[in-house]
Ligand binder design. Structure first.
Ligand SMILES: [Zn+2]
Length: 112
């Protein structure tokens, strides 16, 4: 996804997605890209400017005419130990990101 794609997607989120709690529309600064799986699945974190409610928005891109919403998300990799991402795991990531202060040094610090 390039910057132009990102701008289009953020524009679509602003146009089509509202805060589930208070129905407020999002602004550019309320929407953050978390990451994606390949070119087709992207996850955004939104924070409502009015009620501070946070949400995860999953954007699924399909370039063909046969548009569909998959019931299960794609696997993160081909390793057999990796299953599909569950709603609980998305919530866990949401909770982690909510409390994460951006200090990667602390996270990856050796504990020996
Ligand atoms: Zn709200």
């Amino acid at each position: 996804m390039n910057f132009q794609d990102l701008r289009i997607i953020v524009g679509q989120i602003k146009k089509n997605v509202k805060c589930p709690k208070c129905n407020t529309r999002y602004n550019d600064q309320d929407i953050e890209l978390i990451g994606g799986l390949g070119d087709e699945q992207h996850f955004f974190h939104t924070t409502c400017s009015k009620c501070n409610s946070e949400s995860i928005v999953n954007v699924s891109l399909q370039m063909s005419d046969n548009f569909f919403i998959p019931n299960e998300l794609k696997k993160l990799g081909s390793a057999p130990r990796m299953g599909h991402i569950s709603a609980d795991e998305v919530l866990d990531m949401h909770n982690f990101l909510k409390n994460f202060d951006g200090d990667f040094n602390r996270i990856f610090k050796k504990t020996d």
